[in-house]
Design a protein around this ligand. Sequence first.
Ligand code: 2M8
Length: 450
Amino acid sequence: MTAGAVPTRIGGTAEPAGLSRLAVATLDANWEHDHTVPSRTLYPHQWSWDSAFIAIGLAHVRPGRAWRELASLFRAQWADGRVPHIVFNPALRVGAYFPGPELWRSADVPGAPSVATSGLVQPPVHALAALLAYRRAPDQHGLAALRQLYPALVAQQRYLAQRRDVAGDGLVCVVHPWESGLDNSPAWDEPMAAVDAEAAVMRAYRRHDTAHADAAHRPTDLDYARYLAIVAAYRDHGYADRDLADGHPFLVECPLFNAAFSSAEHALADIAALTGFDPGPHRVRADRVTEALVRRLYDPGTGTFQPRDLRTDRLVGARTVLGLAPLLLPNLPNRQVDALVAEATSARFGVARRMDRPLPSHDRTAPDFEPLRYWRGPSWLNIGWLVRRGLTTHGHPELAAGLRRSMIDLVAGAGCHEYFHPDTGAGLGSPAFGWTAALLLDLLADESTC
Ligand code: 2M8
């Protein structure tokens, strides 16, 4: 089956073998010498958290590639430990993606790798991905790869803990909405409103994304003008993290990013135990981050987690799916687990044993819910996968099963799209998207894996 095709439905549900073939064909078509591109058209380079999700799926069918995927990403790790959110493929023409290497200018920064990269990071889901890749394909090669990755994963965490704890509260601060992975989420509207930029500056550039996807499904020109202004501020500061609090235009503590950060310490503890290192310090750090997350980002008034804008020291008002991410943490206290299960199963997000609509990326009862626009409403498989994992971790197998089924149904109905309409399930964005294919394989493989 070719990537982008939709499998034949049998009795209302596509046959699992057909879905699995579609997912493998999509991953094979997106494989590029040592990594998988998220999409041949929209995102033709390597992206950080995409590679992590993709490795989990590859481990089921191409375990060698799963390890190559992670190894190639970590070869681009900077000397300070940051894992760049984009690793540019030097073989591609200038203009294959905007903003390309000419905007980031990583070559000017001491400690950046020889390959061109961005200077931002993304949620650190890589330790979890490495652990799961090993569990999905537990052989000697995997164990050796895990042992080799361990110091790089530790350095990634050290960078975040030491350079990005801008508020000194034990949480990581993201310096750009792109770092959250949920680029134009309504969660960023308040902090972004303070970023000084005019949509008109985009006349000087050629956006690559709107040549391949409907502009109404993508961030706006004003969003992009602000994205560029924040990149320029960070780049002109040499991508140095000192003094960020004194003037950097976007400083936010994100619940999903910090849930991934704590979850990485849990995963590192397990990796350390498997590879002969000491798991103890990782468990201590995981407890510390989870405690800070609850203290700083949990809002007892709304019963969910919300980002904190460090420029105002206030929690942002929007209730987005980011708030459900701490469910991922096995050490989340019962009070917050119960509150998040209530939030997930409310009319805002609709998680249920039998779901009639997929999990949206934003509160579907909110006035600014936009069913077509990227991270402002549509359903995404990586987020559903994380929430499902959290529900399984905290003893809600029936809700987890309902969510799993709704995700499989989405792909059965529309193919391996990047995101999906949260009411109709129609496919949106790229039609042959890497992490959708990979996480579908993981969901198909076992009903109860966690
Ligand atoms: C999207 O982000 C990039 C910028 O990094 C873009 O819009 O061009 C996001 O969905 C992000 O989470 C994802 O990693 C990336 C590649 O799939 O695309």
